[in-house]
Design a protein around this ligand. Structure first.
Ligand code: FAD
Length: 465
């Protein structure tokens, strides 16, 4: 055997869960080792949040350049250098992952490259092709994330691709079929529709973007249709067959079997936790039947010195949720009394326009037996939205009936991803609708829509009857 290296806290996985946990544990005085078998930054920085947003923003510019006639902007001969788009995207990723490497160094965190496997509750092996090194640890934080689910008859290959494949295409597909209209499928569908692909989304459920309210998804659907995206709901994807220069997708909808020819089919039907190849079962760690690690409000598993965070535990599989749990776990290990409180966790869908939600919806409040008042204010009545020519959408606030305390907010519209931040802060800090209405918002800004929605809660709106 090898000589074990001793460390206080070992973190497995260097995504937004793992690398944040490592930094916070180091800040709190621990000797930290982080193990990563792939790239620093995890899914989020390398093949998730960041590259998808880089592609989306480039696609948005290309699309807008060609579609601003109603504002008097007529651009001729707009062209696309997709190789350059990919270079731009890769550059953004490189800057951020390089930043993480710098942060590891700056915080004196040892980066161990290789695949981690638990030997027992105090020892872990890090394996590379050539060697294996044992680490002896006091505490471990598992943050191994998730990977795309493969469905029967859609084996990933050259033409049947997952989100990682879709982010790395070398050409804009003439025709793209997206199986699964969740937020990843809808975002990537939007990006390629903007770049000029003819996109069809096949969704098994009654509607795309299942997690969001119908009034919100309606707005995105309208936006997608305006880009020429075809959305087929209650469609059952059956099989994909690679042809000489494309792929033939068979699906069932409305009692009929149909076929579409495409250049690529992107399958985004969900992700599964990376908890099956770590030796967790042998450890006796409690897991749910979906393979998620069971944890308490400090992210502690059924084994006292082992914590789990991010996509491998319950809750929305989102980067900021992973980072939030990371800080709580690192603090718990360091003896602090931190615990998670999920009410203020936002979720954003970066379609055009964007959707965002934080805290309760009207429906979830009702389900929880909380009496609330909901109020909406439209983008179309806001000066800035009109000046931007982005008038679709609304801000909706959910406040307690008895005292106006804000417990939730939903935003559909341009800039929703940023607008939701103020509303998250308001909820997190226990503000009422009156507090938001009394906050002076610069004019003309999209932020004013939140202020006006708060006035609607109070029954005294200025710009609506
Ligand atoms: P990950 O980021 O998955 O990192 C886990 C790391 O662990 C990986 O680097 C992996 O290589 C490593 N690992 C796994 N097993 C081992 C092992 N045995 N040994 C060593 N290392 C191991 N979320 C958002 O909040 N906003 C978005 O806009 C957004 N967009 C997305 C777009 C796409 C296309 C995708 C796929 C995801 C997106 N997400 C988004 C989700 C987000 O990426 C995840 O929620 C987030 O990355 C989870 O973080 P994590 O730290 O739990 O795991």
């Amino acid at each position: 055997g090898d000589f074990p290296i001793e460390t206080d806290t070992i973190v497995i996985g260097a995504g937004p869960g793992g690398y944040v946990a490592a930094i916070r544990a180091a800040q709190l005085g621990q000797k930290v080792t982080i193990v990563e078998k792939g790239e620093l930054g995890g899914v989020c920085l390398n093949v998730g949040c960041i590259p998808s947003k880089a592609l989306l923003s480039a696609s948005h510019r290309f699309h807008n350049a060609q579609h601003s006639e109603d504002m008097g902007v007529i651009a001729e001969k707009v062209s696309l250098n997709f190789e350059k788009v990919q270079e731009f995207k890769n550059g953004v990723v490189k800057k951020l992952t390089g930043g993480v490497a710098g942060l590891m160094k700056g915080n004196k965190i040892e980066v161990a490259k290789g695949e981690a496997y638990f030997v027992d509750e105090n020892n872990l092996k890090v394996m590379t092709e050539k060697a294996s090194q044992t680490y002896t640890f006091k505490n471990a934080i598992i943050a191994t994330g998730s990977r795309p689910i493969e469905i029967p008859n859609f084996k990933f290959g050259k033409r049947v691709i997952d989100s990682t494949g879709a982010l790395a295409l070398k050409e804009v597909p003439k025709k793209l079929v997206v199986v699964g209209g969740g937020y990843i499928g809808s975002e990537l569908g939007t990006a390629y529709a903007n770049f000029g692909s003819e996109v069809t989304i096949l969704e098994g459920a009654k509607d795309i973007l299942g997690g969001f309210e119908k009034q919100m998804t309606q707005i995105v659907k309208k936006g997608l249709k305006a880009k020429g995206v075809e959305i087929v709901t209650e469609a059952m994807a059956k099989s994909a067959e690679e042809t000489d220069n494309g792929v033939k997708v068979t699906y069932e909808a409305g009692g009929e079997t149909k076929e579409i020819e495409a250049d690529y089919v992107l399958v985004t039907v969900g992700r599964r936790p990376n908890t099956d190849e770590l030796g967790l079962e042998e450890l006796g760690l409690k897991m749910s039947d979906r393979g998620l690690v069971e944890v308490d409000e400090q992210s502690r598993s059924s084994i006292e010195n082992i914590f789990a965070i991010g996509d491998i535990v319950a809750g929305p599989p989102l980067a900021h949720k992973a980072s939030y749990e990371a800080k709580v776990a690192a603090e718990a290990i360091s003896g602090e009394r931190s615990a998670v409180d999920y009410l203020g966790i936002p979720a954003v869908c970066f379609t055009e326009p964007e959707l965002a939600t934080v805290g309760h919806t009207e429906a979830s409040a009702k389900e929880a037996g909380i009496e609330v008042k909901a109020a909406k204010f439209p983008f179309a009545a806001n000066g800035r939205a009109l000046a931007l020519n982005e008038t679709a959408g609304f801000v909706k606030l959910i406040a307690l009936k008895e005292n106006g305390l804000l417990v939730g907010a939903q935003v559909a519209g341009t800039g929703a991803s940023d607008i939701i931040a103020e509303l998250g802060l308001a909820i997190e800090s226990g503000m009422t609708a009156e507090d938001v209405s009394l906050t002076i918002h610069a004019h003309p800004t999209l932020g004013e829509i939140s202020m006006e929605a708060a006035e609607v809660v109070l029954g005294t709106p200025i710009h609506t009857m």
